[in-house]
Ligand binder design. Structure first.
Ligand SMILES: Nc1ncnc2c1ncn2[C@@H]1O[C@H](COP(=O)(O)OP(=O)(O)O)[C@@H](O)[C@H]1O
Ligand SMILES: [Mg+2]
Length: 263
């Protein structure tokens, strides 16, 4: 038997078909279609207001798509599923401005996040420990991997910006996602913290080659170091889809970023 010349394509984890969202009648995401394969790390880039965060909201279930759009997760139509059901199915996300439980300790935030995957956040906040058959070793391993060891008892609200973003990433990771959605994972970080985040994301990729990561951002150095595929968005639409080299050297990307010409 000879081995096949071409490796079989990885299964599609996420597919959006013509998803759209407007705010007060003003379109933010327009008929956006995309597929993401298992194990892929995709970065969605584009200037402020391009629709990146709104697109994440559509994928994660915070916004409903309007018109005839559809979202498939592992081949299942999840278009009408609420956010918590999508999380239970394996999607975890972080936000451009980290969403933490400011009055809880770091370890409590992680326990809440882990338990929330089962029960949903809303039902948990009063007595999350009752729900917590949380694997403590898992939490400690993730904390160590993300440079949070030693901060267990610190109040989340008192953390420095880099630690806040790392905690939010850890909260997503304790949910053992198959699809990790990171909205601007390095927003507001120092250069040193950005480099740390690049290392962390690379080690997350190495630890689980089946994990699919979709991230957004502006910082080309960070995104191009981690992602193997780049989608460029502008004005609610996809403008380019290619390798970091292709997008990085393209005239179109330059125009979109300089904003001196509509593409
Ligand atoms: N909650 C909101 N209410 C009204 N308009 C919004 C809201 N969120 C985003 N927008 C608008 O939608 C467009 C896309 O925004 P967003 O998805 O945040 O883009 P990006 O994440 O690429 O910066 C922008 O024009 C923005 O002003
Ligand atoms: Mg955004």
């Amino acid at each position: 038997m000879t081995s096949p010349a071409v490796a079989p394509a990885a299964p599609v984890v996420l597919e959006t078909r013509s998803v759209s969202k407007s705010y007060y009648g003003v379109p933010a995401v327009i008929d956006l279609s995309m597929t993401v394969a298992r194990g892929e790390t995709l970065a969605i880039i584009g200037p402020n207001g391009a629709g990146k965060s709104t697109y994440f909201g559509l994928i994660a279930g915070e916004h409903a798509t309007v018109g005839g759009g559809a979202i498939l997760f592992n081949g299942v139509d999840i278009t009408r599923w609420p956010a918590h059901r999508r999380a239970q199915a394996g999607m975890s996300r972080t936000f451009q401005v980290a969403r933490l439980f400011a009055s809880r300790s770091v370890i409590e935030c992680l326990q809440i996040a882990a338990a929330a995957k089962r029960a949903g956040y809303r039902s948990l906040l009063r007595d999350f420990r009752r729900h917590a058959s949380v694997d403590q070793a898992d939490i400690e391993r993730i904390m160590a991997g993300l440079g949070l060891a030693g901060l267990e008892d610190s109040l989340a609200g008192n953390l420095a910006q880099g630690d806040r973003k790392r905690l939010e990433l850890a909260m997503a990771m304790v949910q053992r996602p198959s699809l990790l959605l990171l909205d601007e994972p390095t927003a507001g970080m120092s250069t040193e913290d950005c480099l740390l985040t690049v290392d962390t994301l690379k080690s997350i990729q190495r630890a689980d080659p089946d994990l699919t990561i979709v991230m957004t951002g502006h910082d080309m150095d960070v995104l191009f170091a981690v992602a193997r595929r780049i989608v460029l968005m502008a004005e609610g639409k996809q403008v380019m889809d290619g390798t970091p080299e292709e997008v990085g050297s393209s005239q179109i990307a330059r125009k979109v970023y300089l904003g001196d010409e509509h593409v």
